[in-house]
Design a protein around this ligand. Sequence first.
Ligand code: DMJ
Length: 471
Amino acid sequence: MGVMTQGLRNRGVRLAGVLAAAVLAGVGGGGASRLTGEAGATSWSAADKAAMAERVKGEMLVAWGGYKKYAWGHDEFRPLSQTPRDWYKRTLLMTPVDALDTLILMGATEQADEARELIATKLDLDLDDDVKAFEINIRLLGGLLSSYQLSGDKRLLALADDLGRRLLPVFESPTGLPYVYVNLHTGKASGTDTNPAEMGTYLMEFGTLSKLTGKPIYLEKAKRAVTELYARRSKLDLVGQGMDSATGKWTNTESHVGGCIDSYYEYLLKSAILLDDSDCRKMWDASVAGVNRYVADERGGELWYGVSDMNTGKHLRSECGALDAFWAGALALGGDVPRAARAQDAYFKVWNLHGIEPEETNYAEMKALVPSYVLRPEIVESTFYLSRFTSDPKYLDMGKTMFDDLEKYCRVEHGFAALKSVVTHEKEDQMESFFLAETMKYYYMIYAPAETLDLSKAVLNTEAHPLRRTW
Ligand code: DMJ
């Protein structure tokens, strides 16, 4: 299922002195043996949580240090060969832009300042190349906006406005549904073979940009795209996983909550919250009801979400991916904590199959279908939301189990490496920028004081960039 590469406050409060003391004392917290989801939760003191947050921050600084030493000024750091990688003809500073708000929230002031200065002085958006608008929007535009809100550095807002203007041509299709690519220099948009996630994941960033610049066009274009997409849902209120954006016709009618669809649902809910948009709220309410009715798969007392036909509701396959795991967090944010908790247990069962999660799994047979792990955040993201909304220490244990596994299998000298296989644990020379934007941020936020990110004031985009309603 899905395109696997696509893949959703206040200034960070520094952790108190107790934190450093706890680390020095070697307090680990949640020292339980491997948590399977069934075991009773261990108790966590404030010092335990502070120590765990500091441990995550330490690893974030290792990954940032690897980028700084071997890939400074480029898009990504390749952690095995210790070489840089750029996505296009030249750099768009993907890792620094993605990492900056994580560094700010962690109180890593020196590193945040060096990242912000690099971006403000060196990010050149006038790139004569076709870029994937979805990725550039969620990573770069989202990162620039959140870092502007957290730092007050107006140079970041100017860059965001420049980038938004360069992305706008993607909406000039016959339907208003976005093209896939845009040349950031010429403004030529191209590519119509797309999906709901890529078409429906603009409104948070474009809405925020409109509010912060006073230019309504950004919000108007992104809202129209979502509305056009929703209008093409099936009678069961489901969407498929493939569409031609020029014709608005479905090219694939398989429905699920994973890659190619995931962040479309996420942005209906989060745009409703961030922009106080009642249309988006209605679209989310109808969509989540359809998914819970036709995509949910009750199996042996467990709640799974599989693959169904968008028109008939027929269950097609018992498969889920690492990307699907965001769904538990979305359910929790939408107010359905009971279903969220059950879905999270199911995704955590997949994690425990091999001690780290595969990209795709047949959950009926509990068998990895695509065995890679690219340092994805989604299951950590859902752990964060459930921890916040339930205060159940079970989720602190769960986060620690996963972080232990991450360190065990993925840590290398100057960062973290993806895995070619969660079965053999063979590593891949890749550390995606979302690892610093999302995975490390969510791990940190599970244990950091709640004031570090006030969920009543901020909404995280699909790349974990927090956007605040300052307007
Ligand atoms: C991220 O870029 C975003 O979370 C996106 O919505 C999905 N894929 C990656 C992380 O897995």
